[in-house]
Design a protein. Structure first.
Length: 633
């Protein structure tokens, strides 16, 4: 019988309160009564230990969860362990069955928190082993006559059986439904399993939550979706291979040698992917997040790590629901991309885009093969009039954020060579409305302005004013601070998440707001959450022109390339990674631009005599500086 096993893909900071049956292991910072009864109010040595095990049973409605804490033999003085051997298992390796253990480590249920995100959990002791043997200690190839424990651990095919002690959790329900479990994993590179006790086989692991070291641009922990955790894991396994493949062969390497090396690296990565399919994230980093999985009535499911402990924060049980119901659908995160490439329609003979974008007014899809041009295809907008020229996008691209409460809009932008800053000082980059062009103000609406600010009126009006800016003032980028003045390609990104919004230029944060201002009545009257709940109302979506809003501004005389829209919030690091993926030599490109700027400044500051020779500031006589003749005294 197939079981769905996944982790929630929406942002949750605690267990939801609308679940049918709920249990929290930590209540007001204290151990829940069931754990306190076993280990004391503050955690400590369990008082119901039996055969090296401590058992805590939790019930909530139709769900029952049993936490089993087990111990390992204590270290004895002199380095050995107090184990009495039984029958021989492997005489050559001096491995024996264990007849008895004279001393065990203490059993504890500790209360812990991740602190900065208030993620409370409890954890017992003992690694969950399937079998314990005794192996004789040796030193300098001499057998010492004392013995230490040797463990057999669980295998995901169930071939060696289930854990007999150590730390694991058993989940059962009297009705068919789904569990959602709050967990903490000591090390993300340790295998983590959910196992059907009847089949003894582990299910596929998908994870969402926090991975230590993965942060937002402001350094705060980043709550990762299933897609993002998988991406971190993918990079960990395939990163070296993909980097080497993208770099290409070395000058002293033949194509055959390069192909053989890439095949070897791919084979090694594939083998690691199979071995690590139950691993969360990457490397030796801890993880804290949520597991959801389906259960059949009366069947038992175990959750544990391979050779370590897993923390437990609580659970929800939802009768009659599935894991898919709880996470709002196990579908891939929504990602829309376009490079504005076109093909000839067989019926009309017109050039049309592959994804249905339309050029309106004087806007047109362009293609170039100029040397050094990073994007072969792009959209070129016309800025000679108001609300007439733009690129119309598919009407559903903003309709996918209701569950994630997150949205990223990113696009490469270049001001056209003949355009001046005054021509586009207030031009919009990206706008969306409920319907087509109108002669008066229209809502719902979303506007991302070239100058680095935003507006939203979609089941809630937010103007992103100075009060909402985290710095207390909006920084406007136009005129003397025109970020497109060099007429080169730059990357614009607007990121919306919950009540937070950010604008980035070239992966650098330029403005940030919290759209939750409270009015005199104590009511939040500025909110961007309507952008998520009612984003599907925004159907007339475009680049380059504001069509339905009656501001007196020209359409943007910009080129647009490689548009990306997704229902998740990209971090600064992810934005820069996307920039590199779109434009691998972008950093070299920008370095060259800066070099030209410096050279021009040096020339501008230089002083020349009337013979065209460069002189220093102490020169006496007629000189030319910045193109103006003057007398140097």
């Amino acid at each position: 019988m197939k079981k769905i096993f996944t982790l929630i893909s929406v942002a949750l900071c605690s267990l939801t309160v609308n679940a049918q049956d709920v249990y929290n292991a930590i209540v007001d910072g204290k151990l829940a009564p069931e754990f306190a009864a076993v280990a004391g109010e503050d955690g400590g040595v369990a008082n119901n230990a039996a055969d090296g095990m401590s058992i805590v049973t939790m019930k909530a409605g139709k769900a029952t969860v049993t936490a089993v804490g087990g111990t390992t033999p204590a270290n004895a003085d002199g380095g050995g362990q107090q184990i009495t051997i039984g029958d021989v298992i492997d005489a050559d390796k001096h491995i024996y069955k264990v007849a008895s253990v004279e001393a065990w480590n203490d059993i504890k249920w500790d209360r812990k928190s991740q602190g900065d995100i208030d993620f409370w959990y409890i954890a017992g002791t003992g690694n969950p082993y399937v079998q314990m043997n005794a192996v004789e200690n040796s030193k300098d190839e001499v057998w010492q006559g004392n013995y230490k424990a040797d463990y057999v651990y669980y295998e995901p095919d169930g071939s060696v059986g289930m854990p007999v002690t150590g730390l694991y959790y058993k989940f059962t329900a009297s009705a068919k439904g789904a569990f959602k479990v709050k967990v903490w994993a000591n090390k993300g590179n340790r295998k983590t399993f959910v196992v059907n006790a009847a089949t003894k086989k582990a299910e596929r692991l998908l994870a969402s939550g926090y991975i230590n070291g993965v942060n937002d641009a402001d350094g705060k922990k980043k709550l990762l979706s299933v897609e993002q955790v998988d991406s971190v894991h993918h990079i960990y396994i395939y990163g070296n291979y993909e980097t080497a493949l993208a770099k290409g062969k070395a000058e002293d390497q033949t194509q055959e040698e390069f192909d053989a090396k890439m095949a070897q690296m791919k084979e090694e990565a594939d083998a690691m992917a199979i071995e690590r399919q139950y691993v969360i994230g990457n490397g030796n980093q801890n993880f804290w997040g949520w597991l959801t999985f389906d259960v059949e009535a009366g069947e038992e499911y175990w959750v544990f790590q391979h050779s370590s402990q897993i923390g437990f924060g609580g659970f929800e049980f939802h009768e009659g629901k599935t894991a898919e119901d709880l996470i709002g659908g196990i579908e891939a995160a929504y990602v829309y991309t376009t490079n504005f490439s076109t093909y000839e329609d067989d019926t009309t003979g017109e050039r049309v885009t592959w994804k249905g974008e339309k050029a309106v007014g004087k806007g047109q899809f362009a293609s170039t093969e100029e040397e050094g041009e990073p994007f072969g295809d792009f959209f070129r907008n016309d800025g000679s009039a108001k609300r007439t020229s733009y690129c119309l996008l598919p009407e559903d691209v903003l309709a996918h954020s209701a569950n994630t409460e997150a949205l990223t809009i990113a696009v490469w932008v270049r001001a056209q060579a003949e355009a001046a800053s005054a021509d586009y000082m207030w031009a919009p980059l990206f706008t969306a409305y409920g319907s087509g062009p109108a002669t008066a103000n229209s809502w719902p609406m979303l506007a991302c302005q070239y100058r680095g600010v935003l507006q939203v009126n979609c089941a809630g009006w937010t103007d992103y004013d100075d009060k909402q800016n985290v710095k207390g003032v909006n920084t406007l980028y136009h005129g003397d601070t025109d970020w497109l003045a060099d007429k080169k390609w730059h990357y614009y990104t607007a990121v919306f998440e919950g009540e937070n919004a950010k604008v980035y230029f070239d992966g650098e944060l330029k403005n940030e707001w919290m759209a939750n201002a409270v009015n005199a009545n104590g009511v939040t009257d500025n909110t961007q959450k309507g952008l998520f709940s009612n984003g599907a109302d925004l159907k007339y979506i475009c680049l380059g022109g504001n069509q339905a809003w009656d501001w007196n501004d020209n359409d943007a005389p910009f080129d647009f390339a490689r548009l990306l829209i997704k229902n998740s919030a990209m971090s600064a690091g992810e934005i820069k990674a996307q920039m590199t993926a779109d434009f691998p030599t972008w950093q070299e490109y920008m370095t060259a631009i800066e070099a030209v700027k410096v050279a021009k400044q040096n020339v501008s500051d230089a002083i020349y005599n009337l013979a065209g020779q460069r002189v220093d500031a102490n020169y006496k006589g007629l000189v030319i500086k910045n193109g103006v003749k003057a007398m140097q005294k």
